[in-house]
Design a protein around this ligand. Structure first.
Ligand code: 6PG
Length: 471
């Protein structure tokens, strides 16, 4: 039997769909799963000359063309290490393992190092797009040895989504953990954007008493303008979904506790570690943490009376607020991207990754969860300005200048109507801090010097100073 071009281990939905995508592009793929029944039923449903299953790991490895290329698509963490150690005795020098899960980048760096010592190549490849993306074209974020990557490129290029110019949403990002780092930041931005959308939903409902389908109509319009994006697209049917188990709309019955698997938290921690303000992302993670404390929240809600809740605005104000909200969301999203790219820049410098920000924006134009019109703007801006920090690029400055006021209007509205806006207000604070030549940190320095003789610097002369305050 003809050998397969590539193998794939891990047949949860993402793995299944990725394998089907590869086979549909005319690359023969062998699949293996720890639980054989999953593999058997998958092959029964989707098997073909290009998609074959093996029940035995050794036979799976032997079914592959040499040097072997094996995609691992299992849960991040220990399962990846377990798969790697079960594969190792069966591999030859020069074979490549490609981790397509949401692995934490330090793990990818470690694995690449450990495996290279045994002459096995390791590529950490972020894959975004959920189940549908995996099947019809994901955005792919590979990192690792460039030469090894070039051997995988034809397959990965064929299965990737397309950007706005119909080019594949895949680009080599850098050594070792670069791909998984970029995917982690992608997810951090995903958290911030989703949080801002939830804040918009909340304020419309609290300030005007709008129902889910009424908000759907507004979001549908947003999706025809500068907020056009996959997330707004899927938000509309979610808001319109009728409950099939009870009266009313399903969204109103969904428990308000947001789950998280870790990528947003890793991004938030990275921001702190590297001293980069990614507050829109940090606040989005925080909002999920607050949401998870349902019992405590419910108890506190009986103890405090929030005078803002229930105070609705007159409907005449709605039209104007819809416009302001659109503009505020645009500013907020631009700022969450600016923060995400700032983090990438800081990491790239330290890790010696030669990241190309225009390329990153480009490969996020299609396939991934944060795909949006805005990415085309960012891609063009980075290209025109030689990858300068987003905040400084002329077109982005003009966009932020125009939309920044709406961020203020909307966060005031949120405060007045008892709709918390952690990410949108973080965007406003971050922007106002970053674009101020002078902040209030002089006051912090005064306090630090007073209680701890930590010293301070002056704006009008060189040197380090300490004052006996009050004397
Ligand atoms: C993607 C998604 C995907 C996953 C998130 C969900 O790019 O396809 O980001 O990787 O849906 O990791 O993350 P949470 O469960 O933490 O929300």
């Amino acid at each position: 039997m003809e050998s397969s071009k590539i193998g794939l281990i891990g047949l949860a939905v993402m793995g299944q769909n990725l394998a089907r995508n590869i086979a549909s592009q005319n690359f023969k793929v062998s699949v293996y799963n720890r639980t054989t029944e999953t593999m058997t039923s998958f092959i029964e449903a989707h098997g073909s000359d290009n998609l074959v299953g093996q029940a035995d790991l050794k036979e799976f490895v032997e079914s592959l063309e040499s040097p072997r290329k094996i995609i691992v698509m299992v849960k991040a963490g220990r399962p990846v290490d377990l798969v790697i150690s079960s594969l190792l005795p069966l591999l030859d020098k020069g074979d490549t393992i490609i981790d397509c899960g949401n692995s934490h980048f330090p793990d990818t760096i470690r694995r690449e190092k450990e495996l290279s010592e045994q002459s096995i190549h390791f590529i950490g490849c972020g894959v975004s797009g959920g189940e549908e993306g995996a099947l019809k074209g994901p955005s792919l974020m590979p990192g690792g040895n460039k030469k090894v990557w070039s051997e995988l490129e034809p397959i990965f290029t064929a299965i990737a989504a397309k950007d706005f110019s119909d080019k594949p949403c895949v680009t080599y990002l850098g050594n070792d953990g670069a791909g998984h780092y970029v995917k982690m930041v992608h997810n951090g931005i995903e958290y911030a954007v989703m949080q801002m959308m939830a804040e918009a939903y909340d304020v419309l409902s609290k300030s005007f008493g709008l129902t889910a389908p009424q908000i759907a109509d507004i979001f549908e319009k947003y999706n025809e303008g500068k907020l056009q994006s996959f997330l707004f697209e899927i938000a509309v049917p979610i808001l319109r979904q009728k409950d099939d188990l009870a009266e009313g709309y399903l969204l109103d019955k969904i428990l308000d506790k947001a789950g998280q698997k870790g990528t947003g938290r890793w991004t938030a921690i990275e921001g702190m570690e590297r001293g980069v303000d990614i507050s829109t992302i940090v606040q989005a993670v925080n909002a999920r943490i607050v949401s998870s404390r349902k019992d405590f929240r419910t108890e506190l809600a009986t103890k405090y009376d929030n005078p803002s809740v229930g105070k609705q605005l007159p409907t005449e104000a709605l039209e104007e607020i819809i416009k302001e909200l659109e503009s505020a969301l645009y500013a907020g999203m631009l700022l969450s991207y600016a923060q995400g790219f700032d983090l990438l820049r800081a990491a790239a410098e330290e890790m010696k990754w030669d990241l190309n920000y225009a390329e990153i924006a480009r490969i996020w134009e299609g396939g991934c969860i944060i795909r949006a019109q805005i990415l085309n703007t960012l891609h063009a801006a980075f290209e025109k300005s030689n990858n300068a920090p987003l905040w400084t690029i002329e077109d982005i400055v003009a966009d932020l200048q125009e939309s920044w006021g709406s961020l203020r209007t909307v966060t005031i509205l949120g405060a007045q109507s008892g709709a918390p806006m952690p990410s949108l207000s973080a965007a406003l604070s971050s922007f106002e801090g970053m674009s101020s030549a002078r902040t209030s940190a002089n006051f912090i320095q005064g306090l630090r010097d007073s209680f701890g003789a930590h010293t301070y610097k002056r704006t009008d002369r060189e040197g380090t100073f300490h004052t006996e305050w009050g004397n």
